[in-house]
Design a protein around this ligand. Structure first.
Ligand code: DCP
Ligand code: MG
Length: 406
């Protein structure tokens, strides 16, 4: 597979690349240049559909539940999986029995011990969690090819158009939960709605062992009464900033115009404006989609001047952007690759939550990324730019009212 992306004399090779070693590199000019795309075995264009049914599945107290499953003596007990309270450990997960004491993930284990001295503290067994994770991801794939895992214990599924369970997303979710329990002995909570944001909120509404549907007609009331910290994507710092501005729940947030939100929160303000209105067009994209697009150059003479490096990076970024735009894709992460004259290689990345598709965003970041390397002090043999966390741009607006979820 090859793809020509510019008119200059340099031949470009593009290869299906899950393994960089398989990359076809055409050596022609003095500088060797490679433009590559990582992709899976199939394009999934059909996700640009007009009716969506999204399920978000999240395991309950995941690490702690695996421990309680494997060690019956932990069942019914406040159990904490994480670091040692005597040292500077933190809580990775805690059972629902431990949560009654106010314990939660990311709290220091010492604090958790203070809150509940009788709690059982255990070290994580990652192999057991990975095994359970592989099992649940396998189950998801029995229901749809469009599965987007977010972490070991959660995933989005797009079941739009599925004929399983008479096409009911809610019945599919119930079926998935049952299957997870049968095969792993663990409970999961599922949220069902017409977009990712609402499905994620929904899976949290009825935990543990929950099943919660947000119908288009109910979304408005739910979002208006939702506390601001429950909005996925609003972290602690933003929550504090919003509270200082008098925004405590969705209803408060909704009073703000798009431009005013943008003024205070930049591009995220536009995102907040949309989500509080139940608008979220992000597609569910599985890992069979293209993983990254990149271009790199090995120089005939090593570079030492950072201005020259930035010029070369500019050209590489143009190539990457032209492919991205041709594929109607956007990316969330930009990565700079620098190989020094002794072949030591470093990468530096930056991510934008909302993604980008334009050249300026990449060019704006490259100087900072380059500064984070020894370029300028050491001789550089190769430079590369790549974008990853790709997603398809979907401009088709969907009317939530058209969608049947149950
Ligand atoms: N995890 C972690 N460190 C954190 C948060 C989570 O190591 N700060 C791990 C342990 C969790 C797992 O990831 O069991 C899943 O995270 P969740 O946020 O989904 O939390 P739980 O599954 O534990 O609980 P919940 O029932 O609220 O989903
Ligand atoms: Mg979980």
């Amino acid at each position: 597979m090859s793809e020509t992306v510019d008119q200059d004399s340099t031949r470009l090779a593009a290869a299906a690349l899950d393994c960089p070693a398989e990359r076809a590199v055409l050596k022609e000019a003095a500088d060797q240049e490679t433009v590559y795309q990582k992709k899976g075995d199939q394009e999934l264009d059909h996700q640009q559909t007009v009716q969506r049914k999204i399920i978000h599945v999240d395991m309950d107290a995941f690490f702690a539940s695996v421990e309680q499953r494997d060690f019956p003596e932990y069942r019914g007990q406040p159990l904490i999986v994480g670091g040692n309270p005597q040292h500077r450990g933190v809580v990775a997960a805690c059972s629902y029995e431990a949560r009654k004491f106010g314990i939660h993930s990311a709290m220091s284990s010492a604090k958790a011990y203070q809150l509940c001295p009788n709690a059982i503290f255990v070290k994580p067994r990652f192999e057991a969690y990975r095994e359970a994770s592989i099992a649940i991801q396998g189950i998801f794939k029995e229901y749809t090819a469009l599965v987007e895992p977010l972490s070991l214990d959660e995933a989005f599924l797009d079941v739009t158009g599925s004929e399983l369970c008479s096409g009911s997303a809610t019945l599919i979710a119930r079926d998935i939960k049952q299957k997870i329990y049968q095969e792993t002995g663990l409970t999961a909570s599922a949220g069902i709605s017409y977009n990712k944001f609402l499905a994620k909120i929904a899976s949290d509404m009825d935990k543990p062992d929950g099943l919660f549907v947000v119908l288009p007609s109910a979304a408005n009331d739910l979002l208006e009464s939702l506390a601001i910290r429950k909005f996925h994507g609003i972290g602690k710092a933003t929550e504090a900033k919003m509270q200082a501005l008098g925004i405590n729940c969705g209803r408060d947030l909704k009073q703000w115009s798009k431009s005013r939100l943008q003024k205070h929160f930049g591009r995220m303000g536009v995102y907040y404006y949309g989500i509080v209105r139940g608008e979220d067009e992000r597609p569910v994209h599985n890992n069979r989609l293209r993983k990254s697009i990149g271009a790199e150059t090995t120089f005939s003479d090593d570079l030492i001047d950072t201005h020259e490096m930035l010029e070369r990076l500019h050209k590489l970024a143009e190539k990457v952007v032209s492919i991205m735009q041709a594929k109607k894709m956007a990316a969330k992460t930009i990565t700079l690759k620098v190989k020094f004259d002794n072949f030591e290689q470093v990468t530096r990345s930056h991510s934008e939550l909302l993604g980008f598709q334009n050249l300026d965003t990449i060019l704006g970041r490259l100087p900072q990324l380059l500064e984070k390397t020894d370029a300028g002090e050491r001789r550089v043999r190769l430079l590369g730019v790549s974008v990853s966390n790709l997603f398809a741009l979907n401009n088709e607006a969907v009317s939530p009212e058209q969608i049947r979820l149950i």
